[in-house]
Ligand binder design. Sequence first.
Ligand code: CDP
Length: 196
Amino acid sequence: MIFTVAIDGPAAAGKGTISRAVAARFGFRHLDTGLLYRAVGAKGGDPVAAARALTAEDLARDDLRTLEAGQAASRVAAIPEVREALVAFQRRFARSEGGAVLDGRDIGTVICPEAEVKLYVTASPEVRAHRRWLEVGGDEAQVLAEVLERDARDMGRADAPLRAADDAVVIDTTALGIDEAVEAACAVVRARFRPE
Ligand code: CDP
């Protein structure tokens, strides 16, 4: 059974929480593709070489969730050769047996345009910054500035810019709690998933 759930959207919109919950609910594997770009950015040196030689160890670093790692990720993510080096792994994962959930920026548009379900998860910048601030602490205004800067870079880049696929279902989590957002996503998957 091949079944792909593509979940895209801007920073801190709730993609990770929703993706993990959908994967657990339907028994699918989950890939947080942002982690790939965070690991490339954190590795330092030549980002293209880093992307081509990414290891499981690189992905297991405990400093990939910081604001700095997010900024570094969005800078290396604008380099076409970096993206190219990560495509095959993501495509294989998306179409592997047993069902897969991938979350990122370009899953429904570039990595897996044939995905059976495409969700675009978003929320107001203020709400997203507040949620990220609860995770990382520090100065909330600074967190908002970083979120906005990263969104602008991700949406403005020439290669695989962040946008909703034409056939994506948009879930705006601005006024939704975690449970409501998860239920909204699961309802879309349930309507399309027909296991044999
Ligand atoms: O968790 P959050 O939404 O803040 O970020 P993330 O999903 O970990 O992604 C970090 C950065 O990696 C993004 O700002 C993008 O620049 C880049 N990214 C990408 O270009 N394409 C993806 N499929 C996933 C992430």
